[in-house]
Write a protein that binds this ligand. Sequence first.
Ligand code: ZN
Ligand code: ZN
Length: 346
Amino acid sequence: MDRRSVLKKLVVTPFMLPSLTALAQDHSGLPLHHGENGFINTDPDFVEAGFSEMAPWIIKKIPQTFSPSENVEIPRETNDGALINGNKPYTATWIGHSTVLIQMEGKTFLTDPVWADRVGPFKWAGSERISEPGLSIEKLPPIDFILISHNHYDHLDESSIEDIVDKNPHVKFFVPLRVRDWFEERGIRNVEELDWWEGATFNGLKIVCTPAQHFSGRWLNDKNQTLWCSWTVLGEKKFYFAGDSGYCSHFKNIGKKFGPFDLTLIPIGAYEPRKLMKPVHMNPEEAVQTFMDVKGKKLLGIHWGTFVLTDEPMNEPPKKMYEIVAQKQLPKDDFWGLKLGETREW
Ligand code: ZN
Ligand code: ZN
């Protein structure tokens, strides 16, 4: 890691939001999540599953990456565009997995846009899509900017990005540290790269790169060489996108600093086997806790029903989420297990 250039960036960044915990530094003066050989998770409770635990599960999953996936119907509805094109100040449309179309105070943006049939390093292998996107790229309204949480294939897809850029030549990307290179290699230059707690502005909105507990990599030799993050968007209302994350202490800090959030996108899927997934993927119970930690008002459950990544049934996450909501006697209407293609105002 080139510490000097990162340090320089930290100093010159347009507006930086310090946090006592997140900016805890090691002896080199850099934030603790900048490790010697890549980025690291800093929560004291974080313990990554070891290779000997992970290997048997990966071997068991390999045949699935080549074969058709389970046949489960994920609820969907045809989007007639009435809300999206209706000049509503705040809408959210679940397109699938972590891809959500947001309209906020006259600006339109996407989170982790992926329309691919399979996600992985090769088009012929990788996790298969089991449900069609809720809205085609052709049907999207003009997109102002895009938030990318990290470079895993189910969050950063080359053909989707190229199609969106073709249709929206001026679209701006906000990405975590070291992800800009991927865009520049593809000739895409309208990209702002931020570290945790750094912020930028976009036509009156403040966009802050906030922490998450996860990992990164697109091949065998690049693990954690690029950063992962969540995103906070602040206008008259407040929006939070948790990215891909295990449950961790960052969320309380984010809630303290920026909450309450009017809308939160929080992952509810990819949690089994629990022992292996817990450090990097929250389950529905932890998603509800995350929602409370960040002081959310509405939770839109993402990261489910689209790609077969882990062992839980594909339609289980929202059912579990509603079970937890009932157990905790929380207001059910604040928790959205949306249909694919469904738009709601927030
Ligand atoms: Zn991921
Ligand atoms: Zn993911």
